[in-house]
Unconditional design. Structure first.
Length: 260
């Protein structure tokens, strides 16, 4: 495949297998799977999903089976067994599909869900607000008021694809306004807009695959609300959500889940 679909965070050594991590990628100032890979005991390789491009067809491309099919068709280190699938936040939605695709003669890989999240409209709106905060210094009061107005107008909508399309268009307008004032080159503006559209598509796809994930180890941060299906059995740590993947105790729990 022409597009890279996995990013290597750590190569396997010896006869070890691989760990597949599912996440869109960390925000600025948020710990990501690269830190977990550095802390993980053992010799397993660690590979992280690369988000699929959405382009202009957010509604049509945001299909969870499309994500799983493309990732599983290009598995890294295909000659090595997948020992575990580890998901963060909304990535839990793709866990069962990847686990089925990676089940080998010795059975399915272990599954670890870290701060699992079920996606709803409130999450899309909060991510839109967070994306615009990056440009606050270059936005006037009227534009900032428009951000609030857009969120309020979409608060009662159950059609997440329509919400995402509106937020994508509004974010593009805001980015063009802010980066124009800041003198940012056009190609950088386009890159910022495309990444946010891809993120919205990832979230909409995740929202279309909801429900419990069976036989999963659940690790939770101190400040993250869990879906009802896993609230009774988490390993809840004192670390906050943005720091969780960097906590060495998380790496130890992942190692424990995949060790014989």
């Amino acid at each position: 495949m022409s597009k890279q679909l996995w990013r290597c965070l750590r190569r396997s050594e010896g006869a070890a297998g691989t760990v597949l991590a599912v996440d869109f990628g960390p925000r600025p100032n948020q710990q990501g799977f690269a830190r977990l890979a550095a802390n993980l005991p053992g010799e397993e390789g660690v590979h992280l999903t690369v988000p699929l491009g959405i382009g202009t067809d957010l509604r049509g491309e945001a299909d969870p089976d499309r994500f799983v099919d493309r990732w599983s068709a290009a598995l890294p280190e295909p000659d090595r067994p997948v020992r575990a699938i580890v998901t963060f936040c909304a990535g839990v939605a793709f866990a069962d599909g990847l686990r089925r695709a990676c089940t080998g003669p010795d059975g399915p890989p272990a599954l670890v869900t870290i701060d699992p999240t079920e996606v709803a409209g409130a999450l899309l709106r909060s991510e839109f607000v967070a994306a615009t905060e990056t440009f606050r210094a270059h936005l006037d009061e009227r534009t900032l008021a428009d951000v609030t107005a857009v969120c309020d107008a979409l608060a009662d909508s159950d059609d997440l694809a329509s919400v995402a399309e509106r937020l994508r268009d509004e974010q593009r307008r805001i980015v063009e306004h802010a980066t124009g004032r800041a003198g940012m080159p056009e190609h950088l503006r386009a890159m910022l807009c495309a990444r946010f559209a891809d993120y919205l598509g990832y979230l909409v796809a995740a929202a279309r695959r909801t429900g419990p994930v069976d036989h999963a180890t659940v690790i939770a941060s101190a400040d993250h609300p869990l879906p009802g299906w896993c609230a009774d059995h988490p390993s809840r740590l004192g670390t906050v959500h943005d720091e969780l993947l960097g906590d060495p105790r998380v790496a130890e729990l992942v190692h424990g889940a995949i060790s014989p």
